[in-house]
Design a protein around this ligand. Structure first.
Ligand code: CO
Length: 220
């Protein structure tokens, strides 16, 4: 018995379309990948890195976890980053969150989701750092959107503070970090203005990004 034959059929059609469009496509990729981007995004099935950026296989190296969190002891994420920076020599690292993130909402609601509470603690920390601001917002939906943005900005800070990125910048390697957020409701990406190309800009850029995010919500 073959499970999920529709997926294999779809795969066969896709591989054939790709081959027809570019007969050397798969042979080229099998020999080498040289993506310019590392994408750190949420596992959410509605936010697939390649499709929403129009990138083909081979063009973006991807790490996804619940709520696009970068933790300094997460060997999985750090290993992806090391390979991307030191071997693939990506030029950009994009942390991409999304509005409507279930992980962020769970962190706002507080504990009671089982094992994942331990992962979400990292977002609860961010919630607590920005508690006065979040509490002053008019409703839970607005708090949710605001925390989705703040989480991206704080994760860009975490990326910048890894030894991997610090060492790359010390070596003079060109590497720019970015924080983006995706709207499930309209399919659009927004730049949260956290782009960074050196450690010396870190505090200023993050502070400005947090301030503009807060300002957007203060208008509500
Ligand atoms: Co999510």
């Amino acid at each position: 018995m073959k499970y999920m034959p529709e997926l294999f059929d779809a795969n066969a059609r896709w591989a054939e379309e790709m081959r027809v469009a570019d007969p050397g496509f798969f042979a080229g990729l099998a020999a080498l990948q040289s993506p310019a981007y590392l994408w750190i995004g949420c596992s959410d099935s509605r936010v697939p890195a390649n499709q929403i950026t129009g990138l083909k296989p081979g063009e973006v190296f991807v790490h996804r976890n619940v709520a696009n969190v970068v933790v300094h002891t997460d060997l999985n994420c750090l290993s992806v980053m090391q390979y991307a920076i030191e071997v693939l020599k990506v030029q950009h690292i994009i942390v991409c969150g999304h509005y409507g993130c279930g992980g962020v909402r769970a962190a706002l609601e507080g504990p009671s989701h089982g094992l994942i509470d331990n992962w979400l603690r990292h977002i609860e920390d961010i919630r607590d750092w920005h508690n006065d601001f979040l509490k002053a917002l008019p409703d839970d939906a607005t708090r949710w959107r605001a925390l989705c943005e703040l989480n991206v900005i704080e994760q860009v800070r975490n990326v910048a503070r890894t030894t991997l990125v610090g060492d790359a910048w010390k070596r003079g390697q060109a590497l720019v970090l970015h924080g983006w957020i995706y709207g499930l409701e309209d399919g659009h990406l927004r730049d949260l203005q956290t782009s960074l190309k050196s450690g010396s800009e870190l505090d200023t850029v993050i502070a400005q990004a947090v301030a503009s995010s807060r300002l957007r919500y203060a208008d509500h």
